[in-house]
Write a protein that binds this ligand. Structure first.
Ligand code: SF4
Ligand code: SF4
Length: 152
């Protein structure tokens, strides 16, 4: 899968190894970002970075899977519950009530964004684990992963 390098500026300690190993100069740009047009996706910079500040990112992601009916049903019940809690909390006086209301709103937003796509529901995760089992690294805990797959 074609990838390109992305630098996390917050982790980067500046001026070190990625600048020297990159075969195209893509890591050495004034704005601190790695130049996606010049990057050939070799991954040498990510391997060399002592701060784990560089990630290799795919150009295309797997299609998002549809949400199953069971997930949507449970999600709607949780929405309903969070909305009711937000509504009750918003009538409480003071900052604590406002904070509880806000927290419920945030949880509802998280649910909308992630329900059905998180572990362990994700079919993508199961496929990834099966692929890893097919070609395991030396220290890959294959028995544990088989056990996990049975339970997901
Ligand atoms: S992946 Fe390779 S080409 Fe791209 S920035 Fe890193 S070292 Fe340079
Ligand atoms: S090797 Fe890592 S820490 Fe060093 S400049 Fe590159 S991204 Fe930053």
């Amino acid at each position: 899968m074609a990838k390109y390098a992305v630098r996390n500026i917050r982790l980067c300690t500046k001026d070190c190894l990625c600048l020297y190993v990159c075969p195209t100069g893509a890591t050495d740009w004034e704005n601190g970002q790695i130049d996606v047009e010049t990057c050939i996706g070799c991954g040498d910079c990510a391997d060399a970075c002592p701060s784990a500040a560089i990630s290799m990112v795919p150009f295309t992601y797997p299609r998002q899977q549809p949400r199953k009916t069971e997930v949507v049903t449970v999600m709607n019940e949780l929405f309903q519950s969070k909305t009711e809690q937000e509504s009750i909390a918003s009538e409480l006086p003071g900052r604590l009530g406002a904070a509880i209301a806000r927290a419920n709103r945030l949880m509802a937003e998280d649910l909308n964004r992630e329900a059905g796509f998180m572990l362990p529901q994700s079919d993508n995760v199961k496929s990834l684990l099966r692929e890893m089992l097919d070609d395991p690294a030396d220290d890959f805990p294959a028995d544990k992963v088989r056990e996990l797959l049975k339970r997901l």
